[in-house]
Design a protein around this ligand. Structure first.
Ligand SMILES: Cc1cc2nc3c(=O)[nH]c(=O)nc-3n(C[C@H](O)[C@H](O)[C@H](O)COP(=O)(O)O)c2cc1C
Length: 407
């Protein structure tokens, strides 16, 4: 069965988050010094070689992203940490920031040196005011110690919109505008905050960086799945015994997560489905439980690793009712900028609700399928593109439950 492997959470429970000296004693800020002794190109190559891919959902190669901003010659560049963590069932970034904020600051400062930026922002969700306090204290300590050099970091708070986790909407929000996604390209590494090259990375992505520099790209590349190396912090919720967080190598299977570290199903009930990656993740039936959790393996079964939320459902759960509620969430969170999402999430919820309440027909199910297919390609950003995933995956794997509710 799977065992935990702590890279990102290496200091959790071992040091005090508000005592920078304890972080330094544990080896902290050595990696930043090492990074600064390297050329920017060598540093970016090392991160690229490690194979580290974004932990916020899209799974883009981190070093490659940094290289895009590095190449641009301009007066100002930015490093932004995405700590919006609006995905229901996800709280991994909170665990990192609450317990080991300096590792995030160190990772951001390394990125700043790599791309040639002296300014960083942490965009933290508004529902985490105490985390913001911890971050501000940690930043003040790092400045006092002088460990960040000329790299400055400020915290910005979100106001509760799910879409503000999408990197371009997040940038709009930091700029003081309404949180709506931008048309891409240009992508943020080329044209981001105030039109300047901007690296947006997730908290967990940045927290991996000091360990990679300390132990080397080859060490990191050898851990977990070869196409998505390293570990992933997962947060377990639902009908599983251990509703907590774990950090595991990326080649563990979903079954190992649920029945190993997760301790199995509550009250010995039978498993029905698991949704991984948050609300926009597909529903996975029992037949796929032996799939590794890494990004690419999940894609092959029509699911996503996403933020690493693992929501387990037992045999008593009503799948159609759950998807009805999820579609309501997307209707509520759609920012309304593009028509396929603004109208699509509303109609999708209407149809799901009709089916759930017993007044749906086969025709409604066909329409729902069609709408989902269109939205996944026509919506402007990942919110609308991924919103149909729970509907489409349950129509595929749990159609009998839909049929049972038809009029
Ligand atoms: C609707 C929506 C919400 C998102 N929420 C988050 C979030 O809360 N945290 C996050 O890191 N990325 C989130 N993302 C992904 C970001 O757009 C972006 O890919 C990520 O911050 C890049 O960092 P990474 O490469 O380190 O993963 C979201 C994307 C979408 C479409």
């Amino acid at each position: 069965m799977a065992e935990e492997m702590r890279i990102v959470l290496r200091n959790v429970g071992k040091i005090s988050p508000l005592k920078i000296d304890e972080y330094i004693k544990a080896g902290g800020y050595k990696s930043l010094a090492k990074a600064r002794s390297m050329s920017q190109i060598d540093l970016i190559e090392e991160v690229k070689k490690s194979g580290l891919r974004g932990r916020g959902g899209a799974g883009f190669n981190c070093g490659m992203k940094w290289s895009f901003s590095y190449k641009i010659d301009t007066d100002q560049k930015y490093v932004v940490c995405n700590a919006d963590e609006g995905e229901p069932g996800t709280y991994k970034d909170r665990i990192i920031m609450e317990n080991d904020p300096q590792s995030l600051l160190e990772g951001m400062a390394i990125c700043g040196y790599a791309i040639g930026s002296n300014k960083g922002y942490i965009y933290c969700r508004g529902e985490y005011p105490y985390v913001v306090e911890t971050l501000n204290k940690a930043i003040a300590q790092a400045k006092d110690k002088g460990v960040l050099g000329d790299f400055d970091i400020e915290v910005r708070m979100g106001a509760g919109a799910y879409v503000c986790g999408e990197e371009s909407a997040l940038i709009e929000s930091i700029e003081g505008h309404r949180g709506e996604p931008r048309f891409k390209p240009p992508f943020p590494p080329v044209e981001g905050l105030w039109g300047k090259p901007t690296i947006v990375n997730n908290v967990e992505t940045f927290a991996n960086i000091p360990a990679i520099l300390e132990k080397g790209a080859d060490w990191y590349k050898g851990i977990g799945a070869s196409s998505y190396p390293g570990t992933k912090v997962l947060t377990l919720t639902g009908d599983v015994v251990n509703r907590t967080y774990f950090e595991v190598p990326t080649n563990v299977t979903i079954r190992e997560v649920i029945y190993g570290l997760g301790g199995g199903m509550v009250n010995g009930k039978n498993f029905k489905a698991v949704q991984i990656g948050g609300t926009s993740g597909g529903f996975i039936p029992e037949e796929f439980l032996d799939t590794p959790i890494d990004f690419d393996s999940m894609t092959t079964i029509g699911a996503v690793l996403g933020s690493g939320a693992v929501f387990v459902m037992d045999e008593t759960r009503d799948i159609v009712d759950i998807v009805d509620r999820i579609s309501k969430f997307f209707e509520h969170e759609s920012c309304g900028k593009c028509t396929p999402c603004r109208e699509g999430t509303k109609r999708m919820h209407e149809m799901m609700h009709r089916i759930n309440k017993g007044s749906g027909t086969v025709g409604v199910m066909d329409l729902l399928q069609n709408l989902g297919n269109v939205m996944s390609v026509a919506c402007l950003c990942g919110l609308g593109q991924a919103a149909p995933a729970p509907v489409l995956s349950t129509l595929k794997h749990f159609k009998l439950e839909f049929n049972a509710k038809l009029n």
